[in-house]
Design a binder for this molecule. Structure first.
Ligand SMILES: [Zn+2]
Length: 390
């Protein structure tokens, strides 16, 4: 019997080694995928950087976004160490990662979970996270990704929907359409309707805004009495994705010309087709005798986790924030983003503000989910209706 084990155990060991799964493989070659050079320094432990994106003027350098696929991970622990996570924003250090940063992972790109085994060293700007997986293929991202394919799916769903008009108002350098979704009840009295324009995803890598506007569209098309009221009294124009080229190519923040779209609204020398298209649409809308009563631009503020903010210059929208805060947590922040879409609309005499969503959590609360961002979309509509009613 002893001899049997002497022979059997090495045989089993040989089998388990020769049958062990192949090495972990990381890839980023898909819609919204992004990762810099990574090296496997020990089995399952990868060190490297996120992909760098230097702004066209050379004074912006943003590179926090990552989104990759890992194969052959079932039953293994994958650790990722990202170094030098200190970007440049308007000439200043851009510190996006904090103790509160938690990436997300998914086996099907529908259901996402947070990765909780994380650590951030603020002295060296190094972020490390680890997760063990049950399935062989997993997608991992800096935050819940809102890819171009999701918008295409949504747009397909909206074709021929009651209350919806779809338009393409610009074409990007890579030929993608900038969509404009208009929602209103055409049977309702057009005379006294208010017009609201909402835009998201000028900055690729600020994906939560995509979910907010999708939730806003879903709510507006629902049978909820508040939605019926909103359709009757408002025209909602929604631009769900201003920077599809940046999204598809996995660029943090910029479009493929390496231009920050939200920096160039008042500077025609740096014009980009995405922004020019919206301005032309606004001109046409006004030329047809219409107005815009409110403009909202949706962004994310990195991983700063104290609150969601609504940023605007004066006090004209203070009570809008109070009304929105009745439905989801958001606070006033008076400031000005020079050159931004908001400053352009403000100069046109249109009340305008920027929603800045947290990508992690609010205070010590639970980490935010896609459902939270979708709910904020409904809350945004409800707040806007209350604001104009009062
Ligand atoms: Zn932004």
């Amino acid at each position: 019997m002893k001899n049997f084990y002497r022979l059997f155990i090495p045989f089993v060991l040989f089998l388990s080694i020769s049958c062990s799964s192949p090495d972990i493989n990381l890839s980023q070659d898909f819609d919204h995928g992004s990762l810099g050079d990574m090296k496997e320094t020990s089995p399952g432990y990868f060190k490297g950087k996120t992909a760098h994106w230097l702004k066209r003027d050379g004074i912006g350098d943003q590179y926090y976004w990552f989104y990759f696929r890992a194969d052959h991970v079932a039953g293994k622990t994958l650790s990722i160490e990202l170094r030098d996570l200190i970007g440049v924003y308007r000439g200043n250090p851009h510190l996006v990662y904090t103790d509160h940063t938690q990436p997300v992972f998914s086996y099907d790109r529908e259901n996402w979970e947070r990765i909780t085994d994380v650590s951030y060293d603020s002295a060296t700007h190094t972020f490390i996270f680890s997760e063990s997986f049950q399935q062989d293929t997993v997608w991992i991202a800096y935050a819940h990704p809102y890819p171009w394919s999701r918008l295409e799916q949504l747009t397909g769903k909206l074709q021929d929907q009651e209350y919806v008009t779809l338009e393409n108002i610009a074409k990007t350098a890579e030929g993608r359409e900038i969509r404009l979704v208009t929602i209103t009840d055409p049977q309702a009295d057009a005379e006294n309707k208010k017009t609201v324009l909402i835009m998201a995803l000028q900055h690729s890598g600020e994906d939560a805004g995509g979910f907010l506007v999708e939730g806003l569209i879903d709510y507006l098309l629902s049978e909820d009495p508040g939605a019926q009221q909103a359709r009757g009294k408002f025209i909602f124009h929604v631009i769900p994705m201003m920077n599809p080229d940046g999204i598809v190519n996995g660029i943090t923040r910029y479009n493929t010309a390496m231009e920050d779209l939200n920096n160039i609204w008042v500077n025609d020398e740096r014009a980009q087709p995405e922004v020019t298209g919206v301005k032309s649409w606004v001109d046409r809308w006004y030329a047809e005798g219409n107005a815009i009563d409110l403009f909202i631009d949706v962004h994310n503020h990195s991983q700063f986790h104290t609150y969601h903010a609504f940023i605007f210059q004066d006090h004209s929208l203070d009570s809008l924030v109070t009304d929105m805060n009745n439905h989801w947590p958001i606070r006033i922040w008076h400031s000005e983003f020079e050159g931004s879409s908001c400053s352009w609309f403000f100069r046109e005499g249109i009340p305008s503000g920027t929603i800045e969503l947290s990508q992690s959590r609010i205070g010590d609360g639970p980490y935010l989910t896609i459902e939270d961002y979708l709910d904020y979309g409904a809350g945004t509509v409800k707040g806007i209706v209350e604001f104009f009613e009062n």
